[in-house]
Write a protein that binds this ligand. Structure first.
Ligand SMILES: NC(=O)c1ccc[n+]([C@@H]2O[C@H](COP(=O)([O-])OP(=O)(O)OC[C@H]3O[C@@H](n4cnc5c(N)ncnc54)[C@H](OP(=O)(O)O)[C@@H]3O)[C@@H](O)[C@H]2O)c1
Length: 302
């Protein structure tokens, strides 16, 4: 039984992480920009503290007795990317992680472990090749954000905190992530492959993201990057066909790139990025996936 402090605990992933920790008997404290709202929505949180992650250090009382920290806060990357949106995507991760780690450095008794979210966006475009945890960072906007984000988290190692950066793939779950974007057109019968359809999609079931976060918290030999992607990624065309089969809806003509750019701006380039990311270190470290292949994962959710 441990005392865990979670940022982003009100979010799509964080709320499930809090529930899972609570169910296994841990004490869960949550950091939120809106503690009143968080307190009413999160039944699994023992205490909720107000924290504006971009502009301030953690309130002093939040780190007392904490054994582990999970940092998941960040502006969603979904939506149209303009200059202000890109600033929020970057600052909500990099400044928040800096403020968090500096606060942990000042704590009289430090937690043993920090598990910080990152994303497979770290790697950039894999084309037809694949990436593992040892692959280098890409060069696009999201790659740079992820690299800086991880650099800030890693600084906690200097004062004896074990740091794990969980590079999360396209999360499949209800109420957020990828399905929140792709289900509405499918349900209207107008779902189709995106761009060429050849791009790799490294998806993961939400239960496995939660499982990997807890695995990282509990296994003292794990540090550094850990990929949270299912062992069997698929190309977009296969993803689309499988989703159509599970929903018993047709998959129509491709949505061309110019149409996507019109709808999403620069975010469209991310949506069709080919990312074949394998969870090599995650599996070697002993994590056993509940959902290795796509169809059972989708059938479970839908
Ligand atoms: N979902 C995915 O498919 C996916 C894939 C790869 C990586 N990730 C990463 O995993 C983490 C959690 O993802 P998620 O899908 O659970 O995120 P989410 O639901 O969009 O947001 C998580 C929490 O972050 C806080 N937040 C939102 N905007 C913020 C801002 N501008 N500044 C500071 N805090 C803000 C919110 O908490 P409060 O309102 O309570 O403060 C929110 O509940 C994120 O860092 C994300 O980049 C997610």
């Amino acid at each position: 039984m441990a005392h865990v402090l979670v940022s982003g605990g009100t979010g799509f992933i964080g709320s499930r992480v809090c529930t899972a920790l609570h169910e296994q008997g841990d004490t869960v404290h949550v950091l939120s920009r809106n503690p009143t709202r968080a307190q009413t929505t999160l039944k699994s949180a023992g205490a909720v503290y107000g924290w504006n992650p971009e502009t301030e250090k953690l309130p002093l009382e939040t780190t007392s007795g904490v054994k582990a920290v999970v940092h998941l806060a960040g502006e969603t990357i979904a939506g149209r990317w303009n200059t202000e949106k890109k600033r929020r995507i970057r600052d909500s991760r990099i400044l928040s992680t800096r403020n968090l780690v500096e606060s942990l450095a000042e704590a009289s008794k430090k937690p043993a472990v920090l598990v910080c979210a990152s994303a497979i966006g770290y790697y950039g475009n894999s084309g037809d090749d694949h990436f593992t945890e040892v692959s280098p960072a890409g060069t696009d906007f999201l790659s740079k954000v992820c690299e800086e984000w991880e650099t800030e988290a890693q600084k906690a190692e200097a004062f004896g905190i074990r740091v794990v950066m969980v590079r999360i793939g396209l999360v499949l779950g209800l109420g957020g992530g990828l399905l929140a974007q792709v289900l509405p057109p499918f349900k209207m019968g107008v779902g189709g492959i995106l761009g060429s359809g050849r791009q790799w999609m490294s998806w993961i079931h939400i239960d496995d993201v939660v499982g990997i976060v807890i695995h990282a918290l509990e296994n003292e030999e794990i540090r550094g990057p850990l990929n949270a992607t299912a062992p069997v990624p698929v190309r977009n065309v296969e993803f689309t066909k499988t989703l159509g089969t599970v929903l018993r809806r047709p998959t129509l003509l491709p949505v061309p790139m110019f149409g996507l750019r019109l709808m999403m701006g620069e975010f469209a380039d991310f949506v069709v990025l080919s990312q074949n990311v394998l969870p090599e270190k995650t599996e070697v470290s002993g994590y056993e996936f509940r959902y290795r292949t796509l169809e059972p994962a989708l059938r479970d959710l839908l």
